[in-house]
Design a protein around this ligand. Structure first.
Ligand SMILES: [Zn+2]
Length: 298
């Protein structure tokens, strides 16, 4: 004869078994495939992630502002229509959008160049991406479904193998094609309580729809991972923060006290494991593309 507590345990066990049968233990990813651009985005507070770097994006688009001795540099620019959001976030960060001097864009997709042209018009800042992706983004054939080509030009180009320099701040540019033909990844210095660390930003997150370009993304992962090793990169900064729990890592920053490790300083080993995560994403995409499935697998 079961007592009340045993009966209750049995009930919980049975319920868990049923749950196991009927659903996968992970929650569905709201950013997956067709859900990706539905536009239900979480507002994320502007967050200082390093002495010289603030996150000013949302859960979908990673966007950052970096302070140099000669003004602010924005890394990526969110999507079309997000200018007001970004201006608000720069102010929330305690900075002034009028100090914006340059916008560096990882690649020629609308959710990265956003309203860079409008920022230029209003604040006189200069806008940069690679020449290859400027051409790519202005070709109507590459506009997203229902969208328009970029429709504006750069003030200068990001040249792979060279650096973008503003005052005391340098952003190294690397060619990592596959996501787009001229996709660039960045390496720059961040400071934690004055101590410098090399940080990287992987330029293109999602797997390309074309199989041969997914292979190119895998090649780019190997190449950039090697660069990160050689440069001693210890920090990874995502341009899509849902891809690596960056929003949750920023939560940890709120309770960070002196003497405790910074959650984003992960050493080359940590950076390497994130590069392998991207490779895993592309490996899965290879299998999908071979079977004719063009969806993303976030
Ligand atoms: Zn993209």
């Amino acid at each position: 004869m079961l007592n009340g507590s045993d009966r209750n345990l049995q009930k919980i066990k049975r319920r868990n078994e049923m749950a196991e049968i009927t659903r996968y233990w992970r929650k569905p990813n709201p950013h997956n495939g067709s859900n990706m651009m539905k536009g239900i985005f979480k507002d994320i507070p502007a967050t200082r992630v390093f002495d010289n770097l603030w996150f000013i994006g949302n859960d979908m688009f990673g966007c950052y502002v970096m302070k140099s001795s000669e003004g602010l540099i924005m890394l990526d620019c969110m999507d079309r229509g997000f200018m007001g959001y970004l201006e608000g976030k720069i102010i929330e960060a305690g900075l002034d959008p009028a100090d914006l001097k340059a916008i560096l864009i990882t690649h020629g997709h609308a959710d990265h160049y956003g309203d860079a042209d409008k920022f230029r018009e209003k604040y006189g800042c200069k806008v940069y991406m690679t020449q290859v992706d400027e051409e790519f983004a202005n070709d109507p054939a590459n506009a997203r479904p229902g969208g328009k080509p970029m429709g504006f030009s750069m003030d200068g180009y990001l040249v792979p193998g060279e650096s973008f320099v503003l005052g005391d701040t340098e952003v190294e540019i690397y060619s990592t094609p596959g996501h787009t033909p001229g996709c660039a990844s960045f390496i720059f210095t961040v400071y934690d309580c004055g101590r410098p660390y090399k940080a990287m930003m992987w330029g293109g997150t999602g797997p390309n729809k074309a199989l041969e370009k997914v292979y190119q993304q895998i090649e780019s992962v190997y190449y950039f991972d090697k660069v990160c090793f050689e440069k001693g990169v210890a920090v990874e900064i995502p341009n899509h923060p849902f891809a690596d729990n960056f929003i949750e890592k920023m939560e940890l920053l709120k309770v960070l006290v002196d003497g405790v490790p910074h959650p984003m300083i992960i050493g080359y080993e940590g950076v390497h494991s994130l590069m392998l995560m991207f490779k895993g994403l592309y490996d899965q995409a290879v299998e999908k593309r071979k079977s004719g499935d063009k969806s993303n697998n976030f």
